[in-house]
Ligand binder design. Structure first.
Ligand code: ZN
Length: 42
């Protein structure tokens, strides 16, 4: 199973993915979505 961005669903084939944790679950977020998450626009 491939890791996907938890925000936009991009795989590591498309974007660089970074591991993160959300409500105790290990997830991934791509570099495009990371600034959005940092600024809380979810
Ligand atoms: Zn994304």
């Amino acid at each position: 199973m491939k890791n996907k961005c938890m925000n936009c669903g991009a795989t590591s084939d498309e974007k660089v993915l970074l591991p993160c944790e959300d409500k105790g679950e290990q997830k991934h977020v791509c570099v495009r979505c990371l600034p959005v998450l940092i600024h809380g626009a979810r």
